[in-house]
Design a protein around this ligand. Structure first.
Ligand code: IPM
Ligand code: MG
Length: 358
């Protein structure tokens, strides 16, 4: 009997369904030449979930995710839902799901594909060879801190971190560094914020357990500058929720297109995999979205959740191969395209490679 991996599939809004369909196409192609298979269960989250059920994260979705071996997620949100109260907005569905699944560690690797160096808005000599990981804390900090309030005359959020929260994300960052180039740069605002000084002290403590890893600290404003000045200096950037949100978007542009970068959110029993880009409602339904980030997220799922390292590598090699062949979606068509592909064509090319090179 083949192993069967149960995947909860959340397509979401905007381009979400189009790009997730391509990732599933690639996974199925892989299964056709492997000793494992996938069973998918589609669940609702985001604007579409609100439209159908009145809740951006229906209980059934939380339960369905908990019963799965992993979650594959596309994207959520769109102007249509922007005026809803905060707890009905698509984003609140995603935030609640991260909490419900205890996904406190968010891996956002940034790698520059050789073929696409010129797609970056930064100079070739700056971005060539960049290979870093943003390790973002995902279930704490100002996103979730209490108290929070919105009044007529005043509104506030609170940036809170507990010892346990900082310790566990720091361990995650150091462990990741051990498998990479053994350098961690912890990013904070310790010159101004209590919570950051606390963060820094605890990261120092955790570092004791990883004597091989070189730890440095950087203020977040400086980190934002250093990322575009000399991104190659970074191996693992370890940081809190909101700084990681901002820096990972910035770092994504080093690679030329936000449509290329995958992410994994881990911590609890079931991990979640999603492209780092959003739902791009302006191009939804046109067949031009770049599915690479989502397909690369599926590769991360195979590696992290299922331990299928070879299969993950095969997807990543297929992505590199089709880029070498000159297949490009519109977003990166100006950079070495021999053929401008639609979303589905690109997915099919990758799927073909994956099953051919078994
Ligand atoms: C991200 C997104 C989310 C975040 C939004 C959609 C809530 O920007 O995953 O980076 O801020 O975490
Ligand atoms: Mg973001």
């Amino acid at each position: 009997m083949a192993k069967i991996y149960k995947i909860a599939v959340i397509k979401g809004d905007g381009i979400g369904p189009e790009i997730v369909d391509e990732a599933i196409k690639v996974l199925d192609a892989l299964a056709s030449v492997s000793d494992f298979d996938f069973k998918y269960r589609e669940l609702l989250m985001g604007g579409i979930a609100y439209d159908i059920t009145g809740d951006p994260l229906p209980e059934e979705t939380i339960e369905g995710c908990k019963e799965a071996d992993a979650v594959l997620f596309g994207a959520i949100g769109g102007e249509k839902w922007d005026s809803l109260p905060r707890d009905k907005r698509p984003e609140s569905g995603l935030l609640r799901l991260r909490q419900a699944l205890d996904l406190y560690a968010n891996y956002r690797p940034v790698k520059v594909y050789d073929e696409l160096v010129d797609a970056s808005t930064l100079k070739r000599k700056v971005v060539e060879g960049v290979d870093m990981l943003v390790m973002r804390e995902l279930t704490g900090g100002i996103y979730f801190g209490q108290p929070r309030e919105r009044g007529e005359e005043k509104a506030f959020n609170t940036m809170v971190y507990t010892r346990r929260e900082v310790e566990r994300i720091a361990h995650e960052g150091f462990k990741a560094a051990m498998k990479r180039n053994k350098r961690v740069c912890s990013v904070d605002k310790a010159n101004v914020l209590e919570v950051s000084q606390f963060w820094r002290n605890i990261v120092e403590e955790v570092a004791q357990a990883y004597p091989e890893v070189q730890l440095t600290h950087m203020y977040v404003d400086n980190a934002a500058m250093q990322l575009v000045r000399n991104p190659r200096q970074f191996d693992v950037i370890l940081t809190g929720n909101i700084f990681g949100d901002i820096l990972s978007d910035e770092a994504s542009m080093i690679s030329g297109s936000i449509g290329l970068l995958p992410s994994a959110s881990v911590g609890g029993k079931v991990a979640l995999y999603e492209p780092i880009h959003g739902s791009a409602p302006d191009i939804a339904g046109q067949g031009i979205a770049n599915p690479i980030a989502t397909i690369a997220s599926a590769a991360m799922m195979l590696r992290f959740s299922f331990g299928e390292e070879d299969a993950a590598n095969r997807i990543e090699e297929a992505i590199e191969q089709i880029l070498r062949d000159g297949c490009r979606t519109k977003d990166i068509a100006d950079y070495g395209a021999k053929e401008v592909c639609s979303t589905t064509e690109l997915g099919s090319y990758i799927a073909e490679y994956v099953s051919k090179n078994a």
